[in-house]
Every structure is written in C-alpha cells, then in structure tokens.
Write a protein that binds this ligand. Structure first.
Ligand SMILES: CC(C)(COP(=O)(O)OP(=O)(O)OC[C@H]1O[C@@H](n2cnc3c(N)ncnc32)[C@H](O)[C@@H]1OP(=O)(O)O)[C@@H](O)C(=O)NCCC(=O)NCCS
Length: 170
C-alpha cells in the first residue's frame, strides 16, 4: 500500500490573514512531499513537490477557489434537486503565502539548496500578480515576468543546522 496516502506524517496549524485556523496535513517521503490544507473535512489547498538531490521542485501549488463546502444535510438535497454543490473561494486569504513560507523553511531544514517551479501561461493569465508574489517571497524569474521557471536559492546550511518540526504557520 502507498504510505503517502495512508499515513499522515504531520498535522500543523495553518492560519489565514484573519487568524482563522486550518489544518495542514503534511506527507513527507524521501522524494515526494504532499501538503493538503483542510478546513474541517474540506480540502482547500494542495501542493505536490518532488525532491531531487538538493532541489525541491514544486510541481503543483493550488489554493482552491471552488472548494466544495461540506453540507451534511443540504448537500444530498442539492444533489437530489440537481443543483451544483456549494463551493467556497479560499484564495487571497494569505493561505498560499503561508504555505509557501512553510515549504521554504522546511526545505532549509532539510538542507536543500534550491526550490524551483514553473510559472505557466494559464496561471499567469488568471493571476498577473504571480511574478510579484513569488518575488516578494524571494524567488527569481525571467525579468520580464514571462512564463517560465521560478527559482529560489537557499542559504548554504551551517554545521549547527538541525532538523526540527515546521512549527506554527502564521
Ligand atoms: C497562486 C495561489 C497559490 C496563491 O494562493 P493564495 O492563497 O490565493 O495567496 P495569498 O492569499 O497568500 O495571496 C498572494 C497574492 O496573490 C495575489 N492573488 C491571489 N489570487 C489571485 C487572483 N485570483 N487574482 C489576482 N491576484 C491574486 C494577491 O494579489 C496576493 O497578493 P497580495 O497579498 O499583495 O494581495 C492561488 O491563487 C492559486 O492556487 N491559484 C491558481 C493556481 C496557481 O496559479 N498556482 C501557482 C502556479 S505557479
């Protein structure tokens, strides 16, 4: 059985800008990191990463704008009536920023040297602020802000660096 899907390695508190608390379920394997943020039973964000030697590759980073709201009573009624499930937008609450900050800290603690990812044309078209956002977190990219690779070089680990838990995410 796939260990990543069965065992939750860590559940950390995650907060949005208004200090609302969520749960960040972290699955850390040697080469695969998966983070899933939960609002109660609802998954509101997922990040899939691959670790290759000293590099963390963010393959997919999503805070959902149409997370399905858990409605124990009205959910089945809506379904019977042929209505679409109720959804909620979790973007622009500071969750993506806090999750990315957590990944950066975790990568440092694992003594990785860089984080890379891709800025896809569709994401850039939907959110033209993405280059500025990544830059505000220290990432470098094409100076013109065009789609392409994003990269963050991490400081060289010192001899005294230790691996501790991820802590609380504000
Ligand atoms: C990009 C993403 C992960 C950011 O997560 P988030 O929780 O919305 O981010 P935050 O609330 O921390 O906001 C980060 C910045 O992104 C901008 N932003 C977020 N969503 C936006 C949207 N739909 N349109 C325009 N700007 C947006 C905001 O301007 C914000 O900057 P600010 O703090 O100066 O206002 C999320 O919007 C998302 O999943 N988008 C769809 C997939 C995607 O583009 N992934 C990134 C692949 S490179």
């Amino acid at each position: 059985m796939n260990k990543i899907c069965d065992d939750i390695a860590e559940i950390l508190p995650l907060y949005d800008r208004r200090a609302k608390k969520y749960a960040l379920h972290c699955y850390f394997e040697q080469t695969i990191w998966i983070l899933k943020a939960h609002d109660g039973p609802v998954i509101i964000s997922q990040v899939n990463c691959i670790v290759n030697e000293d590099t963390l590759f963010i393959g997919d980073l999503n805070v959902f704008d149409k997370a399905r709201v858990h409605q124990k009573f009205f959910g089945p009624i809506r379904a019977v009536l042929g209505l679409p499930p109720k959804t909620r937008d979790y973007q622009r609450k500071g969750l993506g920023t806090n999750i990315l900050k957590f990944l950066i800290e975790r990568a440092k603690k694992q003594k990785l040297r860089r984080i890379i990812g891709n800025l896809f044309p569709r994401d850039l078209a939907a959110n033209p602020n993405l280059p500025r956002w990544y830059q505000s977190l220290g990432f470098e990219m094409d100076a013109t802000g065009k789609p392409g690779m994003i990269q963050l070089e991490l400081p060289k680990p010192t001899k005294s660096s230790t691996i501790t838990d991820g802590g609380t995410l504000h």
